[in-house]
Design a protein around this ligand. Sequence first.
Ligand code: BT5
Length: 265
Amino acid sequence: MSIPEAFIKAIQSTSVPQFKYYSSIDSTNRIALEWLENGTPDGAIVFADHQSSGRGRFERKWVTQPSSAIAVSIIVRPDAREQQYLPLFSPLAGIALVDVLKHTLQLDAQIKWPNDVLLNRMKTAGILTETVWNGEELLGLVVGIGVNVLPQSIPPKGLLQYPATCIQDHCPFPIDRFEIMAALINAFSFWRSQMHLTEFMNQWQKTLAFRGEKVYIKQKDGTVQLSGILSGLTANGDLEILSENNQKQTITAGDVHLRPAEPEN
Ligand code: BT5
C-alpha cells in the first residue's frame, strides 16, 4: 500500500503522534477502536481513502467513495478534566470543521444539532464518536469524521435521508482534501483545549443551523415527537425548542432527528 506524499506532508503539519493510512478499509472507527485498546497514544489517527462499510450513528451507514472524501478517526484519551465533558467531543469535531471552512475557505458552514455539518443546508460531514470502557474506567474515545470534499463523494440520492453536498461545490478554486484534513486535526486540538470555556458553547451556538426557524423533532421511526421554533442550546448542549404554546422544551441528543420544516422533509 503506498501512502500519498501529500498525505504525509499534511500530517507533518500537525502534532499527530502516529497514523494508519488505508487505501480501502471497512471502517476507520473500527480500526481506531482496536488500536485504542492496544495502547495507542492520544491524538493518533486512522485515515481511509475509501470505506466499504463506514459507520453512521445508530447502525446507519456512512458512504465514503474513493479518492474524494475525508474519512478519519481520531483517538482521544481524555484527561480527568476532559472526562467531565465527554458528550462534547462530537460537537467539538463539528465546531472544528466549521472553523476550518470559515478560516481556510471563507465558507459559512452550520451545525445541524447535534453535530452534522451543513453547507447551504445540505450535509457535508457527519461525526460518530464511540467510547471504550474497561469496567468503570474510560480507556478512551474514537471521534470519527466523514467529510465530502469532491463531487464524487456525494452518495446517490437513494442512500440519503437528508440532502448531501460536498465542499468543492461551494468553492471556486480546487481543494486539497489532505490540507483540509490537517487543518481539521489542528482545529480539533485547539477547540479541545477550549471545551471547558464558555467560548466553546458560544461557538457551537453561533453556528447552529435553523435558529429561529420552525423545525420538527422526529423519532427514529419518522414520527414527529414535537415541532416548534429552534431557539438555541442550553448550557450543557441540549437543544431548546419553543413549542406552539410558548413552552420551552429541551431535547437531549439521542435517537431523534432534527428537520427544518420544509415541504420536502
Ligand atoms: C453520521 O451518522 O453522520 C456519522 C458519520 C461518521 C462517518 C465517519 S467516517 C470516519 C469514521 N469511520 C466510520 O466508520 N465512521 C466515521 P448519521 O447522523 O447516522 O448519518 C448517517 C446518514 O447520513 C445515512 O443514513 C445517510 O442517510 C447519510 N449519509 C451517508 N453517507 C453520507 C455522505 N457521504 N454524505 C452525506 N450523507 C450521508
